[in-house]
Design a protein around this ligand. Structure first.
Ligand code: UDP
Length: 486
């Protein structure tokens, strides 16, 4: 961008998992909405996931486009069509997809070199973009599609290793040096925190790029975790921008998200219209979690026993041949739930944002994936947090120990992947938590009030003059000034 009247051009490189693609596309759309020429780089099938939103933006005059690459599936023996981690049904497929994504490095580098953007906004999982940005002498901004709290806890664990000073995996320890007293157990920590591993090496190389990047974008918002946002800036990286909640921000003026069925309105939303305000529990564990049949049975039993209406999203392969009903449901379950108007089971992709926003929904049982937690907070809902893998346990501590808007359940054992092998959570534990969250006890009411207060702050953050609004504006201005200096 040599001249003042030229548009700032930025490429956006999302990692190929729904929880990374969704926020990166939102950010690209926000940039485009503020006069930036935005190009999203992804693979053919992933581009279809957000084609409608991008086309809508382009048709309304924004300079936004998608550069698609063919995923080299055959080279790694990956079935055609599997292009993101949300589609992987086994660790083997995940490993193959990981290799295929690594093979995209050359074509991505080639495209970026040919197009010479003014800035690269790169997902954390592409640490090599820091070298490319150095070579092209443009700023590289790293997207951490998470919150500062998680990174502050990780930083403290690396610095003080409190988990090495306890006698057992289940003993609680204090995370030193943080703004609040946060307790965790060793069994909740990711493997790479406790022992050297290849994944740990990748995480280390990502961390090394923190200092070499121009700055870091978080998808959180400042007023959600001001002390942690400041702490991160102080101890890790000085330049950070909080741009969340993106779901509120990027979709504000645009068409609603379509559901997969192609219908105008998902049938679960029509069902929610028939329910009383705040009466329904929404149950969803993100885009990847796969529970055993035995665990699903316990969830189903608990939902029935609690007597609260529910929308339950289940990611599971289809019925066994010749069977009338899913093997993980007790006999006559779906029929009973339908007859008594008790609940809806969605097998597949649910319109989560619309569900959370529906006035009938009063609580959320989830895995504390960051996007789900943030979406829940944005909607002002208290939650039952059942952390399972990745950084869920840290997010869960944020929700229960700092924000105090949820209750945690589960065996406190981290799973190394999306196939859940940690000890079963029985129907009694689940029913107790559901009854508490959806009931009217003073503690539950206070949690709901706190969640509603956070929702107000979330909305304020993205309004004109709000912290996220200002962070976005400041970031784009800074990048423009940088590009003009060259
Ligand atoms: N999501 C959705 N419908 C579904 C499942 C997930 O819209 O049926 C969205 C959800 O709104 C969130 C993302 O997918 O934006 C899941 O991200 P999260 O970080 O919660 O979990 P992950 O998928 O990484 O486990």
């Amino acid at each position: 961008m040599a001249k003042k009247d030229q548009k700032l051009s930025v490429v956006f490189l999302p990692y190929l998992a729904p929880s990374h693609i969704i926020p990166m596309v939102d950010i690209a759309r926000l940039f485009a909405g503020r006069g930036v020429a935005a190009t999203i780089i992804t693979t053919t099938n992933n581009a279809l996931l957000f084609r409608d939103s991008v086309n809508h933006d382009a048709a309304s005059g924004l300079n936004i486009s998608v550069h698609t690459l063919k995923l080299p599936s055959a080279q790694v023996d990956l079935p055609e069509g599997i292009e993101n981690f949300g589609q992987c049904t086994s660790p083997q497929l995940m490993a193959k997809l990981g290799y295929a994504i690594a093979l995209l490095q050359n074509p991505i580098e080639e495209f970026i070199r040919d197009n010479r953007p003014d800035c690269i906004v790169s997902d954390m999982f592409f640490p090599w973009t820091v070298d490319l940005a150095d070579e092209l002498q443009v700023p590289r901004i790293m997207l951490y599609p998470t919150n500062s709290f998680f990174h502050c806890v990780s930083h403290s664990l690396r610095l003080y290793a409190p988990h090495e000073k306890v006698q057992s995996d289940s003993e609680d320890f204090l995370i030193p040096g943080l703004p609040d007293e946060i307790h965790m157990a060793r069994s909740e920590l990711q493997d790479h925190v406790k022992a050297k591993s290849r994944y740990g090496d990748l995480i280390n190389s990502i961390r090394e790029t923190e200092g070499r990047s121009y700055g870091i974008i978080f998808t959180s918002f400042y007023d959600l975790e001001p002390a942690y946002s400041d702490h991160f800036k102080k101890v890790v990286a000085s330049k950070c921008w909080n741009l969340g909640p993106l779901s509120l921000f990027a979709n504000r003026d645009n068409v609603g998200q379509k559901n997969n069925s192609g219908e105008e309105k998902h049938s679960c939303l029509s069902w929610l219209d028939t329910q009383k305000p705040n009466s329904v529990l929404y149950v969803c564990f993100g885009s990847m979690v796969q529970f055993s049949d035995a665990q699903l049975t316990q969830i189903g039993l608990a939902l029935e026993a609690s007597g609260h209406p529910f929308v339950w999203v289940v990611r599971k392969e289809g019925k066994s041949e010749g069977k009338q009903e899913e093997s993980w449901l007790t006999e006559g379950y779906e029929e009973r739930m339908g007859r008594d108007n008790m609940g809806v089971i969605i097998k597949g992709w649910a319109p989560q944002l619309e569900i959370l926003d529906h006035q009938a929904v009063g609580g959320f049982l989830n895995h504390c994936g960051w996007n789900s937690l943030l979406e829940s907070l944005t909607a002002g809902l208290p939650l039952i947090s059942w952390p399972l893998f990745a950084e869920h346990f840290y997010n869960s501590k944020l929700s229960t120990q700092v924000l105090k808007i949820g209750v945690e359940i589960g065996p406190r054992v981290w799973n190394s992947g999306f196939e859940i092998n940690s000890p079963l959570v029985g129907m009694n534990e689940l029913t107790k938590a559901i009854t508490f969250l959806m009931g009217g006890s003073p503690e539950a009411v206070e949690m709901r009030q706190r969640a509603e207060e956070i929702s107000i702050k979330a909305k304020r953050a993205v309004e004109e003059g709000g912290r996220s609004y200002c962070d976005l504006k400041a970031l784009i201005e800074e990048l423009k000034a940088y590009a003009l200096q060259k």
